[in-house]
Design a protein around this ligand. Structure first.
Ligand SMILES: Nc1ncnc2c1ncn2[C@@H]1O[C@H](COP(=O)(O)OP(=O)(O)OP(=O)(O)O)[C@@H](O)[C@H]1O
Ligand SMILES: [Mg+2]
Length: 326
């Protein structure tokens, strides 16, 4: 099966990681017997040249959409969305379809769909400067609606009154040109689950995410300065394992996720898990991103972490291959 790994300027902010990570994915798929090339598309024209003359069997994209922005994801509502374009051309690709990809990037829409499917999410409201905020109770948590890697998250994300709320909403609009998502503050532990495969063979692998206590400031949250610098630790989810598994399985079903996603959760004030987001293109940095770390926690091979990584990539590629009968 000939694979094209699609990436571009947004590959690190949006997707599995930088060019080095893309090269690691390529090495893994090659070693699994799939001839693989990397297509770095700098702009829409380069993407269309690739999509209009396919010389491959399947695409795996690090990008949700095409943008020159290397720093953050952005909404890009009117832009070119990879899965939509591949759907229109009936080109097979790894991962969720266009509709689900767009929903996962929009954390408000994600909450709406999950809530409608009976899946536990926090109280949530979309807020622009000047909007009525009467429904918000405090403490609340304010974040950009469609970012990743804790971009825009600091201790100031936790607001205690309407004045702090309004200041933080204005900050989000100014920095990211996005509306703010306001949620109930979830004070408990944080979990993330790697979800692999489809239907009957879907597997949910939850892990507990921690940072050494001394790194936290006023709140036990994963601020942006704690991410991507080797400070987070993943361990087994212990007593929460079954609750997290059930929740993530239902969430993946309600969202229509395919092949692999990573679902983040926190414990609310009443001690129950709630889903905070579904990541459509989880990070795949070997041995460092949460997805490969969780895979090793559950499926460590005697041959070591490199082999675990290869097998993880193999599970994802096989899930897609089977769906398309390639
Ligand atoms: N409602 C909340 N209550 C408390 N903390 C929260 C809440 N929502 C998010 N957080 C904290 O902010 C961090 C980032 O939030 P979230 O997972 O929604 O965004 P992200 O930047 O997209 O993350 P990722 O890199 O996993 O895609 C979380 O890891 C968590 O520590
Ligand atoms: Mg997250």
């Amino acid at each position: 099966m000939r694979i094209v790994l699609l990436t571009g300027p947004g590959g690190d902010a949006q997707g599995w990681g930088d060019m080095k990570v893309t090269e690691s994915v390529r090495e893994a798929t090659e070693s699994l017997g799939h001839p693989t090339r990397i297509a770095y598309v700098a702009d829409e024209a380069e993407f269309f040249r690739l999509a209009d003359r396919p010389d491959f069997d399947i695409v795996w994209s690090a990008l949700y959409h095409i943008t020159p922005n290397e720093k953050f994801i952005g909404r890009n509502a009117a832009g070119t969305w990879i899965a939509d374009e591949l759907d229109a051309r009936r080109i097979p690709y790894i991962g969720s379809d266009g509709r689900t990809m767009r929903t996962m990037i929009d954390k408000f829409q994600t909450h709406e769909i999950l809530a409608a499917g009976g899946v536990a999410v926090p109280f949530h409201a979309l807020l622009h400067s000047g909007d009525d905020a009467a429904a918000v109770t405090f403490p609340a948590f304010v974040k950009p609606i469609c970012e990743s890697r804790s971009v825009g998250i600091s201790d100031e994300s936790v607001v205690r009154n309407e004045d702090e709320l309004r200041r933080r909403v204005a900050y989000i609009e100014r920095e990211f040109d996005e509306p703010a998502l306001v949620e109930e503050f979830l004070p408990g532990d944080e979990y993330t689950a790697l979800v692999l495969g489809n239907g009957e063979t879907r597997e949910c692998l939850p892990g507990l995410v921690t940072v050494e206590e001394k790194h936290y400031g006023n709140h036990r949250i994963l601020r942006s300065d704690l991410r991507g610098v080797g400070l987070t630790r993943i361990s087994l989810a212990g007593e929460r394992t079954e609750e997290a598994r059930r929740l993530c399985d239902r969430a993946a079903e309600a969202m229509g996720c395919l092949d692999h996603v990573r679902i983040d959760m926190r414990v609310d004030a009443d001690g129950r898990l709630r889903i905070i987001e579904v990541n459509g293109i989880p990070g795949l940095k070997p041995h460092k991103s949460w997805a490969p770390q969780i895979y090793t926690l559950y499926h460590a091979s005697p041959l070591g972490e490199d082999e675990d990584y290869r097998r993880l990539i193999g599970v994802i590629v096989e899930s897609a291959r089977r769906r398309y009968s390639l």
